[in-house]
Design a protein around this ligand. Structure first.
Ligand code: OAD
Length: 250
Protein backbone atom coordinates (compact mmCIF):
# COMPACT_ATOMS: atom_id res chain seq x y z
CA UNK A 1 0.00 0.00 0.00
CA UNK A 2 1.30 3.46 -0.89
CA UNK A 3 2.05 5.95 1.85
CA UNK A 4 1.15 9.60 1.54
CA UNK A 5 4.15 11.51 0.33
CA UNK A 6 5.90 12.90 3.38
CA UNK A 7 9.48 14.12 3.12
CA UNK A 8 11.09 13.69 6.55
CA UNK A 9 12.85 16.72 7.98
CA UNK A 10 15.82 14.46 8.74
CA UNK A 11 16.33 13.92 5.01
CA UNK A 12 16.19 17.64 4.24
CA UNK A 13 18.76 18.20 7.01
CA UNK A 14 20.92 15.41 5.61
CA UNK A 15 20.78 17.00 2.15
CA UNK A 16 21.62 20.45 3.49
CA UNK A 17 24.62 19.20 5.47
CA UNK A 18 25.82 16.62 2.95
CA UNK A 19 29.37 16.84 1.61
CA UNK A 20 28.75 14.51 -1.32
CA UNK A 21 25.48 13.21 -2.70
CA UNK A 22 25.68 10.19 -4.99
CA UNK A 23 22.65 9.15 -7.06
CA UNK A 24 22.20 5.86 -8.89
CA UNK A 25 19.34 5.70 -11.36
CA UNK A 26 17.74 2.87 -13.30
CA UNK A 27 15.08 2.55 -15.96
CA UNK A 28 12.29 3.50 -13.53
CA UNK A 29 13.28 7.17 -13.70
CA UNK A 30 12.60 7.17 -17.45
CA UNK A 31 9.30 5.29 -17.10
CA UNK A 32 7.36 8.55 -16.71
CA UNK A 33 8.85 9.73 -20.01
CA UNK A 34 7.37 6.67 -21.70
CA UNK A 35 10.45 4.42 -21.86
CA UNK A 36 9.59 0.89 -20.73
CA UNK A 37 11.51 -0.52 -17.77
CA UNK A 38 13.22 -3.87 -18.04
CA UNK A 39 11.51 -6.02 -15.44
CA UNK A 40 8.10 -4.56 -14.56
CA UNK A 41 5.43 -7.19 -15.08
CA UNK A 42 3.11 -5.32 -17.45
CA UNK A 43 5.37 -3.06 -19.43
CA UNK A 44 8.95 -4.31 -19.04
CA UNK A 45 10.89 -4.83 -22.26
CA UNK A 46 12.14 -8.18 -21.03
CA UNK A 47 8.55 -9.43 -20.81
CA UNK A 48 8.33 -9.29 -24.58
CA UNK A 49 11.88 -10.25 -25.46
CA UNK A 50 14.37 -12.66 -23.98
CA UNK A 51 17.39 -10.53 -23.05
CA UNK A 52 19.73 -13.35 -23.86
CA UNK A 53 18.40 -13.31 -27.40
CA UNK A 54 19.07 -9.62 -27.81
CA UNK A 55 21.65 -8.36 -25.34
CA UNK A 56 24.69 -10.58 -25.51
CA UNK A 57 27.76 -10.59 -27.76
CA UNK A 58 26.84 -14.16 -28.75
CA UNK A 59 23.42 -13.03 -29.96
CA UNK A 60 25.05 -10.26 -32.01
CA UNK A 61 27.45 -12.73 -33.62
CA UNK A 62 24.53 -15.03 -34.39
CA UNK A 63 22.16 -12.46 -35.88
CA UNK A 64 23.45 -8.86 -36.08
CA UNK A 65 20.49 -7.77 -38.25
CA UNK A 66 17.99 -8.78 -35.54
CA UNK A 67 19.97 -7.02 -32.84
CA UNK A 68 20.21 -3.82 -34.90
CA UNK A 69 16.50 -3.98 -35.64
CA UNK A 70 15.75 -4.08 -31.94
CA UNK A 71 18.21 -1.33 -30.99
CA UNK A 72 17.00 0.92 -33.81
CA UNK A 73 13.47 0.47 -32.47
CA UNK A 74 14.71 1.44 -29.00
CA UNK A 75 16.71 4.39 -30.36
CA UNK A 76 13.62 5.70 -32.17
CA UNK A 77 11.50 5.28 -29.05
CA UNK A 78 13.98 7.11 -26.82
CA UNK A 79 14.58 9.88 -29.38
CA UNK A 80 10.86 10.70 -29.39
CA UNK A 81 10.41 11.10 -25.64
CA UNK A 82 11.33 13.98 -23.33
CA UNK A 83 13.03 14.10 -19.92
CA UNK A 84 10.49 14.20 -17.09
CA UNK A 85 10.14 15.97 -13.76
CA UNK A 86 12.39 13.39 -12.06
CA UNK A 87 15.26 13.98 -14.49
CA UNK A 88 14.82 17.75 -14.15
CA UNK A 89 14.78 17.63 -10.36
CA UNK A 90 18.15 15.87 -10.38
CA UNK A 91 19.60 18.71 -12.49
CA UNK A 92 18.43 21.12 -9.80
CA UNK A 93 19.74 18.92 -7.01
CA UNK A 94 23.18 18.89 -8.63
CA UNK A 95 23.18 22.69 -8.46
CA UNK A 96 22.06 22.74 -4.82
CA UNK A 97 24.52 20.44 -3.11
CA UNK A 98 28.20 20.60 -2.42
CA UNK A 99 29.45 17.64 -4.45
CA UNK A 100 27.19 15.52 -6.62
CA UNK A 101 27.71 12.37 -8.66
CA UNK A 102 25.07 10.90 -10.94
CA UNK A 103 25.55 7.28 -11.98
CA UNK A 104 22.96 5.93 -14.40
CA UNK A 105 22.35 2.40 -15.63
CA UNK A 106 20.23 3.94 -18.37
CA UNK A 107 21.49 4.17 -21.91
CA UNK A 108 18.82 6.65 -23.04
CA UNK A 109 20.70 9.94 -22.52
CA UNK A 110 17.66 11.55 -20.87
CA UNK A 111 19.63 12.83 -17.84
CA UNK A 112 21.99 14.70 -20.17
CA UNK A 113 19.09 16.02 -22.26
CA UNK A 114 17.55 17.36 -19.06
CA UNK A 115 20.84 19.15 -18.30
CA UNK A 116 22.70 16.88 -15.87
CA UNK A 117 26.47 17.25 -16.07
CA UNK A 118 29.25 14.64 -15.84
CA UNK A 119 26.84 11.71 -15.84
CA UNK A 120 28.53 8.33 -15.38
CA UNK A 121 26.93 6.08 -18.00
CA UNK A 122 27.44 2.75 -16.31
CA UNK A 123 25.91 0.65 -19.08
CA UNK A 124 26.96 2.81 -22.03
CA UNK A 125 24.90 4.88 -24.45
CA UNK A 126 22.43 3.53 -26.96
CA UNK A 127 23.19 6.25 -29.51
CA UNK A 128 26.87 5.38 -29.70
CA UNK A 129 28.19 3.10 -32.48
CA UNK A 130 31.16 0.97 -31.54
CA UNK A 131 33.29 -1.38 -33.63
CA UNK A 132 32.54 -4.95 -32.55
CA UNK A 133 36.06 -5.99 -33.58
CA UNK A 134 38.21 -3.19 -32.18
CA UNK A 135 35.92 -1.56 -29.64
CA UNK A 136 36.54 1.99 -30.93
CA UNK A 137 33.71 4.51 -31.02
CA UNK A 138 32.73 5.50 -34.57
CA UNK A 139 31.14 8.88 -35.26
CA UNK A 140 28.70 9.22 -38.15
CA UNK A 141 28.59 5.55 -39.07
CA UNK A 142 27.64 5.02 -42.70
CA UNK A 143 25.07 2.60 -44.07
CA UNK A 144 21.36 2.65 -44.60
CA UNK A 145 19.02 2.06 -41.73
CA UNK A 146 18.19 -1.52 -42.68
CA UNK A 147 21.65 -2.97 -42.72
CA UNK A 148 24.34 -3.66 -40.17
CA UNK A 149 26.66 -0.61 -40.19
CA UNK A 150 30.37 -1.25 -40.61
CA UNK A 151 33.54 0.30 -39.23
CA UNK A 152 35.22 2.68 -41.72
CA UNK A 153 38.64 1.68 -40.35
CA UNK A 154 38.52 -2.13 -40.32
CA UNK A 155 35.27 -3.03 -42.10
CA UNK A 156 34.03 -5.02 -39.08
CA UNK A 157 30.43 -4.80 -37.91
CA UNK A 158 29.46 -1.91 -35.68
CA UNK A 159 27.37 -2.54 -32.58
CA UNK A 160 25.43 -0.25 -30.23
CA UNK A 161 27.63 1.19 -27.46
CA UNK A 162 25.81 -0.49 -24.59
CA UNK A 163 27.01 -3.05 -22.07
CA UNK A 164 25.55 -6.48 -22.77
CA UNK A 165 25.11 -9.43 -20.42
CA UNK A 166 28.44 -11.05 -19.70
CA UNK A 167 30.43 -7.93 -20.67
CA UNK A 168 32.64 -5.81 -18.46
CA UNK A 169 31.58 -2.35 -17.31
CA UNK A 170 33.74 0.35 -18.97
CA UNK A 171 36.84 0.74 -16.76
CA UNK A 172 36.53 4.47 -16.14
CA UNK A 173 32.79 4.24 -15.34
CA UNK A 174 33.44 1.43 -12.85
CA UNK A 175 36.30 3.33 -11.25
CA UNK A 176 34.46 6.67 -10.98
CA UNK A 177 31.22 5.11 -9.75
CA UNK A 178 32.94 2.97 -7.12
CA UNK A 179 34.87 5.98 -5.89
CA UNK A 180 31.70 8.08 -5.67
CA UNK A 181 29.77 5.36 -3.83
CA UNK A 182 32.55 4.89 -1.33
CA UNK A 183 33.08 8.58 -0.62
CA UNK A 184 29.52 9.96 -0.54
CA UNK A 185 27.63 10.59 2.68
CA UNK A 186 24.14 10.38 1.13
CA UNK A 187 23.27 7.77 -1.50
CA UNK A 188 20.06 7.68 -3.56
CA UNK A 189 18.88 4.59 -5.41
CA UNK A 190 16.15 5.71 -7.83
CA UNK A 191 14.05 3.63 -10.21
CA UNK A 192 16.19 0.51 -10.15
CA UNK A 193 15.25 -3.02 -9.11
CA UNK A 194 18.71 -3.40 -7.49
CA UNK A 195 19.08 -6.78 -9.15
CA UNK A 196 21.83 -6.20 -11.69
CA UNK A 197 25.43 -6.20 -10.51
CA UNK A 198 27.80 -4.52 -10.03
CA UNK A 199 25.50 -1.46 -9.85
CA UNK A 200 23.29 -3.23 -7.30
CA UNK A 201 26.23 -3.28 -4.87
CA UNK A 202 26.77 0.48 -4.70
CA UNK A 203 24.22 1.09 -1.96
CA UNK A 204 26.07 -1.39 0.26
CA UNK A 205 29.42 0.18 -0.64
CA UNK A 206 28.04 3.56 0.38
CA UNK A 207 26.51 2.24 3.57
CA UNK A 208 29.78 0.58 4.61
CA UNK A 209 31.50 3.93 4.09
CA UNK A 210 28.99 5.53 6.47
CA UNK A 211 26.48 7.04 4.02
CA UNK A 212 22.76 7.15 4.60
CA UNK A 213 20.69 5.41 1.94
CA UNK A 214 17.54 6.70 0.25
CA UNK A 215 15.42 4.68 -2.15
CA UNK A 216 12.71 6.00 -4.47
CA UNK A 217 10.72 3.18 -6.03
CA UNK A 218 6.97 2.43 -6.13
CA UNK A 219 7.81 -1.25 -5.68
CA UNK A 220 9.79 -3.06 -3.03
CA UNK A 221 13.34 -4.12 -3.92
CA UNK A 222 16.08 -5.99 -2.02
CA UNK A 223 17.18 -2.56 -0.74
CA UNK A 224 13.84 -1.28 0.55
CA UNK A 225 13.88 -2.77 4.02
CA UNK A 226 17.42 -1.80 4.86
CA UNK A 227 17.59 1.77 3.58
CA UNK A 228 17.28 4.79 5.85
CA UNK A 229 14.49 6.41 3.82
CA UNK A 230 12.26 4.51 1.39
CA UNK A 231 9.81 6.46 -0.74
CA UNK A 232 7.22 4.03 -2.00
CA UNK A 233 6.33 6.29 -4.93
CA UNK A 234 7.50 7.44 -8.35
CA UNK A 235 10.61 9.51 -9.05
CA UNK A 236 8.47 12.10 -10.85
CA UNK A 237 6.46 12.77 -7.70
CA UNK A 238 9.11 12.42 -4.98
CA UNK A 239 12.05 14.30 -6.49
CA UNK A 240 10.27 17.60 -7.31
CA UNK A 241 8.71 17.55 -3.83
CA UNK A 242 12.11 16.93 -2.28
CA UNK A 243 13.54 19.89 -4.18
CA UNK A 244 10.69 22.16 -3.20
CA UNK A 245 11.22 21.21 0.47
CA UNK A 246 14.94 21.83 0.07
CA UNK A 247 14.14 25.30 -1.22
CA UNK A 248 12.15 25.92 1.91
CA UNK A 249 8.57 25.58 0.66
CA UNK A 250 6.35 23.67 3.07
P1 OAD B 1 14.36 -2.82 -13.87
O1 OAD B 1 13.30 -2.96 -14.92
O2 OAD B 1 15.02 -4.02 -13.36
O3 OAD B 1 13.75 -2.02 -12.64
C1 OAD B 1 13.02 -0.85 -12.83
C2 OAD B 1 12.61 -0.38 -11.45
O4 OAD B 1 12.01 0.89 -11.59
C3 OAD B 1 11.61 -1.30 -10.76
O5 OAD B 1 12.07 -1.61 -9.46
C4 OAD B 1 10.34 -0.46 -10.72
O6 OAD B 1 9.57 -0.70 -9.54
C5 OAD B 1 10.89 0.94 -10.72
N1 OAD B 1 10.00 1.98 -11.25
C6 OAD B 1 9.04 1.86 -12.19
N2 OAD B 1 8.48 3.05 -12.43
C7 OAD B 1 9.08 3.95 -11.61
C8 OAD B 1 8.95 5.36 -11.40
N3 OAD B 1 8.08 6.08 -12.11
N4 OAD B 1 9.76 5.94 -10.49
C9 OAD B 1 10.67 5.21 -9.79
N5 OAD B 1 10.84 3.89 -9.95
C10 OAD B 1 10.06 3.26 -10.86
O7 OAD B 1 15.43 -1.78 -14.46
P2 OAD B 1 16.89 -1.46 -13.93
O8 OAD B 1 17.00 -1.62 -12.47
O9 OAD B 1 17.30 -0.18 -14.55
O10 OAD B 1 21.16 -3.52 -18.14
O11 OAD B 1 17.71 -2.62 -14.64
C11 OAD B 1 19.09 -2.66 -14.49
C12 OAD B 1 19.73 -3.16 -15.74
O12 OAD B 1 19.11 -4.39 -16.13
C13 OAD B 1 19.53 -2.27 -16.94
O13 OAD B 1 20.46 -1.22 -16.99
C14 OAD B 1 19.75 -3.23 -18.06
C15 OAD B 1 18.98 -4.41 -17.56
O14 OAD B 1 19.48 -5.65 -17.96
C16 OAD B 1 21.74 -3.71 -19.31
O15 OAD B 1 21.14 -3.60 -20.36
C17 OAD B 1 23.18 -4.05 -19.20
Amino acid sequence: MKNDLVIPEALIDALRSSRHVCVLTGSGISAESGVPTFRDAQTGLWEKYDPHELATPEAFLRDPELIWKWYRWRRDLVAKVEPNAGHRALVELQAQVNEFTLITQNVDGLHQRAGSKDVIEFHGNIFEDRCFVEGCVVEDAKGNSNEVPTCPACGGNLRPGVVWFGEAIPVSALHDATKAASTCDLFFSIGTSSLVWPAAGFAETAREAGARIVEINPNETPLSNTCDFWFNDTAGSVLPELLSRLHGAS
